[in-house]
Design a protein around this ligand. Structure first.
Ligand SMILES: [Zn+2]
Length: 451
């Protein structure tokens, strides 16, 4: 009888346990690649530790709220993506992962409702972002009847301002403003809403900085502020000026440092070059460069919507490839060599420096040919490798000793003794059937049995 009760008690415990774990629905089947999740309970919150490379991504869970850091909440959907991220990383293209994880605001339109007393500062923060980005800010005066907007409220309860969402996630979206924090922090929270994470959480951060997690208290409530988000993307180099970067020293202890062991402070006054590039990567350039993606000899590029008072300077990433002749908001580029480069426009506007980049191809590039199996009796294969360009077609021609011509790529049987010629022609917007490669080889009798 006692035994039966014991079984019952175990069964009840199991039921309760399974009920609690339901939130977890645990580790998705795909996580058989060794990923496990450790869960700590501290002060009524659950801390999920998701292994990623040699890091732990720590997510704090309070009821059905998931915190990526103190000022960023992610949705349950995003939490589940992070849990399966270790697998997704190897099975999906990186851009798909990012798009799945962070929903963009449709057409770059950010809708907001001010339910805060700090209207002037909110509008200043919005202006700060509008000056340098392609975002359209649309103020609502009442609930529009859908969820694609953000309500901005005053809230001192959490000790910090925060965004309860990252990107245009379905559901209720709010920014909570703490009275001690000013315009720059409001802009910082709006960038979270637009889909931007903290600079120190980018997945490639270890290439740029050292992070000493061990110097923090072992309590995950602090450590999770230094999470990596494996499903995000670093745009450009690590930006030490970013409005999204934490200071490197915390309570007198160096938690992060540059690779040269120097530390940094932090700023909440302006959007840095990297912040602007991050927004441009998500929502397009504020000042897109107009012009062709490739050209033969010269081409003109321009910025068409340059506002009054703005100026632009032009540069090309590889000065050996082209020379520039700027003229106001336009530039004419003349090719001096073949290759690929970035055209860079730096727009100075309202005290901001906005760098716009456009990849250009100065056609053509010289492809390389390899011949596999030449100089022996039997089959031979021909390949074009490397340096091929989109928009260019290639035709390989192999002439046998008797004058027969093969034009298909692939195997050509060396069934005649003597000299074979290999020629490669290219056709693109600049050239038609331009001969770019000639080589030859001799087919000799190798003494094999078949004649
Ligand atoms: Zn933040």
């Amino acid at each position: 009888m006692r035994k039966k009760h014991a079984y019952l008690a175990i069964a009840l415990l199991l039921l309760i346990f399974v009920g609690c774990q339901k939130l977890d629905e645990s580790i998705e089947p795909g996580l058989s690649n060794g990923n496990t999740i450790k869960v700590d309970t501290i002060g009524g919150a659950l801390f999920h530790s998701i292994p990623y490379q040699h890091h732990n991504v720590i997510i704090k869970q309070v009821d059905d709220k998931y915190f990526f850091s103190d000022d960023i909440q992610i949705s349950r959907r995003q939490f589940n993506l992070l849990r399966s991220g270790g697998l997704a990383e190897y099975t999906k293209p990186r851009s798909a992962i990012i798009d799945d994880f962070t929903y963009r605001w449709s057409s770059g339109e950010w809708r907001y409702l001010i339910a805060s007393t700090r209207r002037t500062e909110i509008l200043q923060a919005i202006q700060m972002i509008a000056d340098v980005s392609n975002i359209t800010f649309i103020e609502l005066t009442s609930n529009p009847g859908h969820s694609n907007y953000v309500t901005i409220v005053d809230d001192n309860s959490e000790g910090t301002s925060f965004s309860n969402h990252i990107g245009c996630e379905p559901g209720n979206k709010e920014l909570h403003l703490h009275s001690s924090q000013g315009v720059g922090t409001i802009a910082h929270e709006i960038l979270h809403s637009l889909g931007i994470f903290h600079e120190q959480t980018r997945p490639d951060r270890d290439n740029f900085i050292n992070v000493f997690i061990d110097r923090l208290p072992s309590d995950p409530t602090v450590r999770y502020q230094y999470n990596i988000n494996p499903l995000s993307r670093g745009v450009g180099g690590f930006d030490f000026e970013s409005i999204m970067l934490y200071p490197s020293v915390r309570n007198g202890v160096t938690i992060m440092e540059r690779k040269d062991n120097t530390t940094w402070g932090f700023q909440r006054s302006y959007l840095s070059t990297g912040d602007i590039q991050g927004l441009a990567a998500l929502y397009g350039d504020k000042f897109p460069i107009q012009g062709p993606t490739s050209f033969c000899n010269s081409a003109t590029y321009s910025i068409s919507n340059l506002p009054v008072g703005a100026s632009v300077s032009w540069a090309v990433s590889n000065t050996t490839l082209a020379s520039l002749a700027p003229s106001g908001s336009a530039v004419t580029i003349t090719r001096s060599a073949y290759g690929s480069a970035n055209l860079l426009a730096t727009v100075l506007f309202n005290g901001n420096s906005i760098v716009v980049t456009k990849p250009i191809i100065l056609v053509y590039k010289q492809p390389t040919i390899t011949v596999n199996g030449g100089n022996t009796w039997g089959g031979s294969k021909f390949y074009i490798i490397g340096n091929t360009e989109p928009g260019t077609s290639y035709r390989l021609e192999v002439t046998t000793p008797s004058g027969s011509v093969y034009t298909a790529l692939g195997e050509v049987s060396l069934d005649q003794l003597g000299k074979y010629w290999v020629r490669l022609y290219l056709t693109n917007s600049c050239f038609t059937e331009k001969l770019v490669h000639t080589s030859s080889f001799i087919s000799v009798d190798d003494g094999g049995p078949i004649h």
